[in-house]
Design a protein around this ligand. Sequence first.
Ligand code: SF4
Ligand code: SF4
Ligand code: FES
Length: 226
Amino acid sequence: MQYLFEILRRESAGASGYVQEIPYETADEDATCASALTQINAVLETPVRWECSCLQKKCGACAMVINGKPMLACDAKLGAVQKKGRIRLEPLRKFPVIADLIVDRSILFENLRTLSVWLETDAAAEGKKAELAYEASRCLQCGCCLEICPNFSPGDTFFGMASFVPAARLIAELPLEDQQALRRDYRTHIYEGCGKSLACRDVCPADIPLDRLLLHTNAASVWKRR
Ligand code: SF4
Ligand code: SF4
Ligand code: FES
């Protein structure tokens, strides 16, 4: 099968971007954008800079915009994402570009730091709460949910789903008396800014049930029903 990659490239942060067209042929029906990029880079004079680590949908490093949709390159099969044989690769647009398809996602971790999303006491959850905590633990911090979210802009008060999920995990796990600060920050940085459209749920590569997590966390933190 013959494809035409259109890759938005940038030499460095602040440099103007240009689109490089690269033909690519493969007989492998399971080929992904990640495997194609690896093969393309083996013959390019100036390889396309992109991030990857696990190549198994586990680390979130390879998140990028593929034909207009935020996805993991290692999960994007060429046959499924192509449009008339064309595959356009762009960096995530909510973060500053470092080079080519690599972006600086440090705002994501700064927001988690603001929410103090870590344990200082023992935590345990049982039954439905344990199930929710487990689902939340699968977040890759890839940023796909922030890319699609109409309400998220880096540096704003609203932190988006990438911060919501780890906060929701702690709200499911922590004893009630240890949640006061987190629940207050949750209301300020997540609940009040979220339009509940759930566009984020539809692009989450980990298939986290964001609707169920929202329901539980809003009930616990805002409506005070546990
Ligand atoms: S919630 Fe989903 S889309 Fe958002 S950062 Fe976590 S894994 Fe990625
Ligand atoms: S539900 Fe809508 S507003 Fe809320 S985080 Fe998801 S995409 Fe953004
Ligand atoms: S390389 Fe780890 S999720 Fe794609």
